[in-house]
Design a protein around this ligand. Structure first.
Ligand code: FE2
Length: 339
């Protein structure tokens, strides 16, 4: 299958197909996976002359583990300490969330709380047991949450208020998923062509690869040493890998998993992309991710208030973000103040 895309939508990892007149004298092949920022720039420059480009969204690129600074040990799954034998099934957790999202008798705040709590339970169970079935049920449940956010402004705003801030990865995933989908709704309200349900799944599952990072590293108070940092920095690749292995990968999920730690000034990881090399989906998730990290309580730091976090992001970290997307993110909260 082929799909025409605007070159601004192109990203590392996509499989492009170029017409003969594009590649004359360029040294580029007719079709290939985009694997580095130089190729991305070259194709964008060519598109100034030739227009839109074809991609094949069915072809999946798996980056070499070496590219992502990994170590063979890092590829071993880390067994979960949680006993899941008594846990509710994935379909039960999916139904709980879907029922909460469809409940018309609750106030927006009650509904938001019920949906948020269901989403946390679902993600907690998913992180303990990321099977294909669980991921499938999670995607379906997240789809219902996304539909609710798109259709119901009051509950969407309430959802932003009920986020909690412990140090668990599954809580972080729900927060980042919620924030990102609200930001995407704001950014894409006049655009078509974004599959918001797939996007929602990508935002919620972006950190799934952390199950392959040892807990003592994930929860270490204070700075990580160089080896620990290397292991931590493979989690975008591992998220991608898990979604790939369980055949639950879409274009949107792949971009989000791989790019949520890239930074606009090129200081992020794993590929040190910069500026326009980072897809808008990756940029959205990056902003939500940083915000949630700042407002979360950790054993070694107090939680910041939303105002403190947004101030630090604007005054000290703005070079990490796309400025206009960040402005839209700030607006999500100013809207809340007026309510
Ligand atoms: Fe992450």
């Amino acid at each position: 299958m082929e799909k025409i895309v605007d070159t601004q939508e192109l990203a590392i990892g996509m499989y492009v197909k170029l017409r003969s007149e594009w590649i004359q004298g360029t040294g580029l092949a007719k079709e290939f996976f985009i694997t580095d920022p130089g190729q991305l720039r070259q194709i964008r420059n060519l598109s100034l002359r030739f227009g839109k480009v074809f991609i094949d969204p069915d072809k999946k690129w798996i980056p070499s583990p070496i590219d992502t600074m990994t170590h063979p040990d890092d590829l071993q799954p880390v067994p979960s300490a949680n006993d899941t034998s008594q846990a509710p099934s994935s379909s039960q957790l999916r139904q709980n969330l879907q029922q909460a999202a469809a409940n018309t008798t609750l106030s927006p705040m009650e509904k938001a709380t019920a949906v948020y709590d269901s989403a946390r339970s679902l993600m907690q169970a998913l992180f303990a047991s990321p099977t294909a079935e669980f991921i499938q049920d999670s995607k379906s449940a997240i789809g219902s949450l996304v539909d609710m956010v798109l259709e119901d402004d009051d509950t969407a705003n309430a959802l932003l208020k009920v986020t909690s801030h412990d140090f668990y990865t599954y809580t972080h995933s729900v927060n980042v998923g919620t924030l990102s989908i609200c930001l995407a709704k704001k950014l894409f309200r006049k655009e078509t062509g974004h599959d918001m349900r797939e996007l929602g799944a990508g935002f919620f599952l972006h950190d799934l690869g952390k199950i392959r990072v040892p807990l003592e590293i994930l929860n270490k108070p204070g700075r990580l040493d160089e080896h620990e940092m290397r292991r931590m920095r493979i989690h975008p690749f591992q998220s991608f890998k898990i979604l790939q292995e369980t055949s639950q990968l879409s274009e949107e999920c792949r971009i989000i998993a791989m790019q949520h730690h890239e930074r606009d000034d090129g200081t992020g990881y794993p590929l040190r992309l910069r500026g326009e090399e980072i897809h808008v989906y990756g940029r959205i998730c990056c902003i939500a991710d940083v915000y949630d990290a700042l407002t979360a309580k950790r054993s070694y730091k107090e939680a910041m208030t939303p105002f403190q976090a947004l101030s630090i992001m604007r005054n000290e970290m703005l070079h990490h973000f796309h400025k206009e997307i960040f402005q839209d993110f700030v607006m999500l909260f100013s809207k809340q103040e007026k309510k």
